[in-house]
Design a protein around this ligand. Structure first.
Ligand code: ZN
Length: 684
């Protein structure tokens, strides 16, 4: 591993810091913290922490000695000076005299010594930084170091690799106890470069930011070289031919869901993120896969994101996906039962006051294909997959030099259910469509875009399908980092299939479809060309049928129900003159919706439609509004609000109607009218 320190960049940080009133030490502390944070082999997703001992003015202007330490759960790669929380150092040092201290009490003491009372909580490993005497202290969960220390003889391996330059602290749960143990080991063994925290990570220290950082890099390099010398060359990874992600992901996703007892018809679902690189495949083809998978995490704080074990599935065989599906469901049921049992046993041991977290797997291994990270959002799924890939790397490294061994099950439970770890995930309000995946067609148009926005705001992951990929991408960018724009021509069966395959690959499946793509053709029905009528049917009827069919196929594999929503139109019930080529396929579409409701109700798949009228969109352009209102002798405003309520109907109103239908678990075969009131178009 190379040092990423660049003198020119460091100078620029110092100069920039000086302009902002930040001194040299803090500027360089921020600089090297970012350097550590940018290397996934060192820290991932809020792991690791750094500190600086310095002097600062308190709120009354008195100079005091302070510890500036990373705030809990913040990302080192993007740390700012404010992210290094200032705590009065002397009172923290005095705490060493206490034999033990309650976590909540420790937080209260820490908070009452913050220089800025509104600052976030300091890292859970703050006391370790406070007790060590060094000006700069760096702590990471470097993967190669974990490979060396996650061993039955970790202490001996540590001596072999680092030759006494690092003191060895046997595993202890993070927090006050670990901090006390660490300073005892430091004072006894006087290591020159830092400490190993058994089965957890590494600490380096120094008088300057650069020293401490480069010691970290040097130690990690020693570990890397030690492993590289012993790693056997690996065979070509065996990918199972004829097995792809698109059909497998919905099987995995369905197996890893459970009924939500809070409402009949509701499910707890997860979003998937797939990884199928050579390192992952090699690992999955290894004979020791099962033993390694049972062993646990490579460092304790991963457990809140990945759980302690992955779910291991049998290798799927081409042409036998039904077998794979039933084996996957059975394996997931066993996993869930085992998790309940694990919780029960350890909750009893620790006083029976914990509340069980959801028991669904967060990492799924599929030999011959790859691994899936699972989460309530795509972002959480990506984090789980990142940590799972790092776990694969760490375990493979450990196996190359000995045998991988993690902390005990009881230790894992104590970390998983430690309130301070759970706090790292943040208190998040659960959104109504969290864990659900929605596909919107015609997503670049006014109604499609508004609908995609409404579903994303309700917590769903959204795929935006449109013939115009550039326009769909533009909309996706305004939604979220995880929104997926896709080119899809609903009049082309291959294009629809490809789009739904991509949705399954990206998110794991689909739960809700808003089939919205459409266009209007006109002509007096007695003399309109058949080609016009066919074109309109192709888009306004068959387009919806293809999309619904592709979605239902995935929904049935998942086995967790689903929802089909169609944009019909008031034309389906109240035809306009010379508008037959548009209204007739829309009338057929309403029948299509009812047929889906009828044929798939027993599978928990609902089908509903929205009848909207007079919305500013690609179907009703500015020019059309101008000419039509003029022809009727009305102002544009009066024309647009020419309904019983006298209110203009917007794309957002239609989007909210779709959202309502998606949330109404007891409603199917429903047509919701969103037109401000038009008695001739009212449903009977
Ligand atoms: Zn740590």
């Amino acid at each position: 591993m190379k040092s990423r320190w660049v003198e020119r960049e460091a100078d620029a940080m110092v100069t920039h810091g000086a302009e902002m009133g930040i001194d040299r030490d803090l500027a360089l502390r921020v600089y090297t913290t970012r350097l550590l944070g940018r290397d996934p082999k060192l820290v991932l997703h809020g792991g690791g922490n750094t500190s600086l001992k310095t002097r600062a003015l308190d709120r009354l202007g008195a100079e005091v000695e302070v510890l500036r330490v990373k705030s809990s759960g913040s990302d080192m790669a993007a740390i700012e000076p404010e992210g290094m929380v200032a705590v009065r150092l002397e009172p923290m040092r005095q705490l060493r005299a206490l034999p033990a201290i309650d976590d909540e009490e420790l937080i209260r003491i820490e908070r009452s010594n913050l220089l800025d009372p509104s600052a976030p909580n300091p890292s859970v490993e703050m006391m370790l930084h406070a007790f060590l005497p060094h000006k700069f202290v760096d702590h990471t969960h470097a993967t190669p170091v974990l490979s060396v220390i996650d061993q039955p003889d970790g202490e001996k391996k540590c001596a072999d690799v680092f030759g006494g330059r690092l003191g060895f602290v046997p595993y202890q749960m993070p927090g006050f106890g670990l901090a006390k143990k660490s300073i005892e080991v430091f004072e006894r063994s006087k290591p020159t470069d830092g400490l190993i925290l058994g089965k957890h990570g590494i600490v380096s220290f120094g008088d300057t930011a650069r020293d401490s950082y480069e010691r970290m890099i040097e130690m990690v390099t020693l570990a890397e070289e030690f492993i590289a010398r012993r790693r056997k060359s690996v065979a070509f990874p065996a990918r199972q031919s004829g097995i792809t992600v698109a059909p497998i992901a919905p099987i995995v996703r369905g197996a890893c869901s459970e009924k939500d007892e809070r409402a009949d018809g509701a499910w707890r679902r997860l979003v998937l993120d797939f990884r199928g690189g050579d390192a992952v495949l090699n690992f999955l083809n290894n004979n020791d896969l099962l033993r390694n998978s049972e062993s646990g995490v490579i460092t304790p704080d991963h457990t809140i994101r990945t759980k302690n074990w992955p779910l291991v599935l049998p290798a799927p065989q081409p042409g036998k996906l039904d077998h794979f599906a039933s084996a996957a469901r059975k394996a997931a049921e066993d996993f869930i039962a085992r998790y309940h049992d694990y919780f029960e046993r350890h909750n009893k041991r620790t006083g029976g006051i914990k509340r069980e977290l959801d028991p669904l797997p967060r990492v799924v291994l599929v030999p011959g294909l790859g691994l899936f990270g699972l989460g309530r959002t795509k972002r959480d799924a990506v984090i789980a997959a990142d940590l799972a890939e790092t776990w694969v790397e760490g375990v493979a490294g450990a196996e190359a030099i000995g045998h991988f061994e993690s902390i005990s099950e009881a230790d894992m439970f104590d970390v998983e259910y430690w309130p301070l770890e759970q706090k790292k995930l943040g208190a998040r309000r659960e959104l109504p469509l969290e864990g659900q995946i929605v596909a919107v067609t015609g997503a670049a148009g006014a109604i499609g875009a508004a609908t995609a926005r409404a579903f994303a705001a309700a917590g769903a992951e959204v795929a935006l399908l449109d013939v115009n990929l550039a326009a769909a991408s533009e909309q996706a960018e305004t939604l979220s980092a995880t929104a997926l724009p896709l080119a899809c021509d609903v009049t082309d069966p291959a294009s629809v299939t490809a789009a739904f395959d991509k949705i399954a690959e990206e998110f794991g499946g689909v739960d809700i479809v808003v089939s919205n793509a459409g266009a209007a053709w006109q002509g007096r029905i007695g003399d309109v060309g058949e080609d016009i009528l066919r074109k309109s049917f192709e888009l306004n009827f068959y387009g919806h049928q293809r999309v619904a069919q592709a979605a239902v196929k995935i929904m049935l594999v998942q086995g967790t129900g689903g929802c089909l929503l169609f944009n019909v139109s008031k034309q389906a019930v109240n035809p306009g003159p010379n508008f037959g080529p548009y209204g007739i396929p829309k009338a057929a579409l309403m029948a299509l919706m009812r047929q889906y409701a009828l044929d798939y109700g027993s599978d928990g798949i609902r089908a509903n439609a929205v009848n909207a009228d007079r919305i500013r969109s690609g179907l009703l352009t500015k020019e059309m509004i101008a000419s039509r209102s003029k022809a009727r002798g009305l102002s544009e405003k009066d024309y647009m609000s020419g309904n019983l309520l006298g209110r203009e109907v917007t794309a957002e109103d239609v989007a909210q109607a779709f959202l309502h239908q998606a949330l109404a678990l007891k409603t199917t075969a429903d047509v919701t009218t969103v037109d401000g009131g038009n008695i001739a178009a009212a449903m009977r």
